[in-house]
Design a protein around this ligand. Structure first.
Ligand SMILES: Cc1cc2nc3c(=O)[nH]c(=O)nc-3n(C[C@H](O)[C@H](O)[C@H](O)COP(=O)(O)OP(=O)(O)OC[C@H]3O[C@@H](n4cnc5c(N)ncnc54)[C@H](O)[C@@H]3O)c2cc1C
Length: 466
């Protein structure tokens, strides 16, 4: 029986970063992965596939050029599901090769199979052929991620009624799609399909969407979705889902309303992938969504030698934050020095258009009673925006009236997920309005929107006492 200093269960962003960090400390680490190849949801069904799909759609439809050439402009007329998949497979193969090389280079041991605890310090791994191997370790990191939530009332069929893992395998492009769940995944896919001119209905039981974002941004984004013809059904509870035939699905909503579409994507939530871990054997319990509770600074569970990171511990459930959690968890597990994560991390939503945000929303600032001022810039006010033909896109910053410090930065529009990192740096370094007013920005860039938004706020701020 082999013994390791650290066993990591799951090779997604959290597990991968943890294992590499452990190996860089010169520790003996094993990664167990049940999938055929390493990478996790992030590489195989989540982040990278959906972002590759988005990029392919924007390129083949000529989306970014439509500001100049009109809404009917297309780079390719008949875009097929095959066109969309071709680039996907190339990107995923490349990603996996890079990861495998990273593991090999850093001397991280890997094994393939389903892991389950048999004792607090021992797991069994069942391989494809049913063979079982036992491993022990001083420390464990559970990084098993999540799976799509599949409630019984949804008659999933893998072809027309799909979850977010299955949507990538569509054999042909539908003419219409109904997306259930206006969370990040639902909103991303709804807006991507709409960019392909597929008729989209987005259904959400609550009366609003993306409540954790600054509401001015959500209002702008919602307006853009409606303007493109996406039907938004908020406050709409699904009563029944039926398939009448191939490409003929029907959703009955409470109150009697019906929505017919070729395809349904059910994207309302995910569950921790913990049921197969036999956590009873190590003394851990999960919540109603199969998630584990950890100390937010160290990622240690209630069982001191077991740590957990990534989506299995819940919000924010991002690849970006999972990586950092995994790395920090490995440091704590191995008794190495670790810095606390910065207070604010960026959140990126790769819808069409992109949304990205860091720091406090205007609603949170109000709630805390902090006196503040906002500055807003529209991308169409920048020269880069003119060059790119952008008529939408906005950047909003919020500053403290007392300290002039940046409190929040919220962007919707082209390049938002890249641009936000300027705001993130200033925010986490405790910078003020003056950083944006006094520094020179490359011209012409979208980043200039930072200066424009800062000057907008400056107009209404009390004078700076020098
Ligand atoms: C459609 C979609 C789009 C997304 N887009 C983004 C985005 O744009 N940006 C972003 O930051 N995040 C995005 N995310 C979220 C991101 O994918 C996750 O936050 C991230 O993958 C979580 O990483 P993880 O390491 O916790 O787990 P995962 O990536 O889920 O990996 C867990 C791994 O553990 C393995 N495993 C599970 N159980 C066992 C077991 N018992 N034994 C052995 N192995 C096991 C699984 O096979 C899997 O490989 C997206 C997610 C989805 C679904």
């Amino acid at each position: 029986m082999e013994h390791f200093e650290l066993i990591v269960i799951g090779s997604g962003p959290a597990g991968r970063r943890a294992a590499i960090q452990a190996a860089k400390f010169g520790r003996n680490v094993l990664v167990v992965e049940k999938g055929r190849r390493v990478g996790g949801v992030s590489v195989h069904t989540g982040t990278i596939p959906s972002k590759t799909l988005r990029e392919t759609v924007l390129n083949l439809t000529g989306w970014r050029e439509r500001g100049f050439y009109g809404r009917s402009y297309r780079v390719k007329d008949d875009i097929s599901a095959g066109d969309l998949r071709a680039r996907l497979h190339m990107t995923l193969n490349h990603e996996v090769e890079v990861l495998e090389h990273q593991f090999a280079r850093n001397k991280v041991h890997t094994t393939s199979g389903m892991a389950r605890f048999v004792e607090p310090t021992a797991i069994e791994v069942e391989g494809d052929a049913g063979e079982i191997t036992r491993y022990t370790a001083d420390k464990f990191l559970i990084a098993v991620g999540t799976k799509p939530f599949r409630p019984d009332y949804v008659p999933f069929d893998g072809q027309y009624i799909l979850d977010s893992d299955e949507i990538l395998e569509l054999s042909e492009l539908p003419r219409s799609i109904a997306v259930i769940g206006a969370g990040v995944i639902g909103v991303e896919y709804a807006s991507i399909f709409s960019a392909l001119d597929v008729h989209v209905t987005l259904i959400e039981p609550r009366n609003s969407m993306l409540d954790f974002l600054d509401q001015e941004l959500v209002a702008d984004f919602t307006h853009q979705l409606r303007d493109r013809g996406i039907a938004l059904r908020f406050g709409a509870k699904v009563e029944k889902i039926e398939k009448h035939g191939p490409s003929d699905c029907e959703i009955k909503l409470e109150g009697g309303r019906c929505i017919r579409s070729n395809v349904i994507l059910f994207a309302a939530g995910r569950m921790g992938a913990t049921p197969m871990l036999n956590l009873d054997a190590c003394g851990l319990e999960v919540d109603h969504r199969g998630r584990l509770k950890v100390d937010p600074m160290t990622f240690q569970t209630d069982v001191p030698h077991i740590f957990a990171a990534g989506d299995v511990i819940g919000f924010p459930s991002l690849a970006s934050t999972s990586m950092e959690q995994g790395r920090i968890a490995a440091c704590h597990a191995l008794g190495e020095k670790a810095y606390d994560p910065p207070e604010y991390f960026p959140y990126g939503i790769y819808a069409v258009p992109e949304i990205s945000t860091v720091g406090m929303t205007e609603e949170e600032i109000k709630e805390r009673g902090i006196p503040y001022e906002c500055g807003v810039a529209r991308f169409r006010e920048t020269s880069r925006g003119h060059i790119m033909g952008l008529d939408t896109g906005m950047l909003k910053m919020i500053f403290s009236l007392k300290t002039r410090r940046l409190l929040g930065c919220h962007i919707v529009g082209e390049g938002a997920t890249e641009l936000v990192h300027i705001g993130q740096a200033v925010l986490n370094l405790k910078g003020t309005l003056e950083y944006f007013v006094e520094n020179t920005f490359n011209y012409p860039t979208l980043a200039e929107a930072y200066k424009i938004a800062a000057l907008d706020a400056w107009n209404r701020m009390p004078p700076l006492e020098r």
